[in-house]
Ligand binder design. Structure first.
Ligand code: PGA
Length: 245
């Protein structure tokens, strides 16, 4: 694992967007997994700007969405579908065959998981997986207590997630379950970037980077990834003992 600390949210987001563009330039058939949430919003904006300016060819990439709330319709502004549609897809001409998102409204969520696992295994790998980190150390909806050996799964949401998750919705939403890629996908991904910004993430970043590797803090799995990068701004790094940049 490598720790990269950036001056601020802007430079962190630019570095993340650059990294995504670099993977696509190196491998036009790259399989890219991105998260939704507040953290990746500026990364998406800068990524879109760059691919439009550079007229990058995205016609052979595969895009995978990290997770989705169960039971939340895609046109709800708090859904991951909505995020990807508004931050990425409306600007990029990706075909339907290139995009794989979990359907959180499916009445057969196990099949949804199996379908996503098949996509990844048939592609052979995820080339670049960008993830955020929750206040409880979750990655996607890999909640505290999750097995590191799990692929896609449906899970009950941790209490922290159901409370913090309200920030994405206009009115209070009953959030109970999520569907997500698993940490086994993360450990098998060629490259992983975990991004975080702001002082509110400093405590969980300290546990993730300097604490023991434990499924109580799912993001601590990053310590074991040879090609894993923790990319954070100075505020999120503010509680770390050993700081490198
Ligand atoms: P955030 O969410 O980017 O909105 O902070 C991160 C997460 O819960 O994974």
């Amino acid at each position: 694992m490598t720790l990269n600390i950036y001056e601020d949210y802007q430079t962190l987001s630019q570095a993340t967007a650059d990294a995504i563009v670099k993977v696509i330039k190196t491998n036009p058939e790259a399989v890219i997994c991105l998260p939704s949430g507040d953290t990746p919003r500026l990364t998406c904006e800068l990524f879109v700007k760059q691919v439009i300016e550079e007229r990058s060819d995205l016609s052979h990439i595969t895009f995978i969405g990290l997770d989705e709330w169960v039971g939340i319709p895609p046109d709800n502004e708090g859904s991951c579908h909505y995020f990807f549609q508004h931050e990425l897809f409306q600007y990029l001409s990706l075909s339907k065959q290139q995009v794989y998102l979990f359907n959180g409204l499916s009445n057969d969520l196990e099949t949804e998981c199996a379908k996503m696992n098949t996509v990844v295994s048939e592609k052979g790998r995820i080339d670049l997986m960008v993830v955020g980190i929750g206040m409880n150390g979750h990655i996607g909806f890999n909640e505290p207590g999750v097995s590191f050996g799990t692929y896609s799964h449906v899970t009950d949401l941790d209490a922290t997630t159901t409370i913090v998750g309200q920030k994405y919705f206009k009115s209070e939403m009953p959030l109970q379950k999520g569907i997500t890629l698993g940490l086994k996908h993360l450990s098998e991904a060629k490259e992983v970037l975990l991004i975080a910004n702001g002082a509110k993430k400093a405590g969980i970043i300290k546990k993730t980077v300097e604490g023991e590797v434990t499924n109580c803090i799912p993001a601590s799995i990053m310590q074991t990834h040879a090609n894993g990068f923790i990319m954070i701004d100075k505020e999120a790094a503010s509680l770390l003992d050993k700081v490198s940049s």
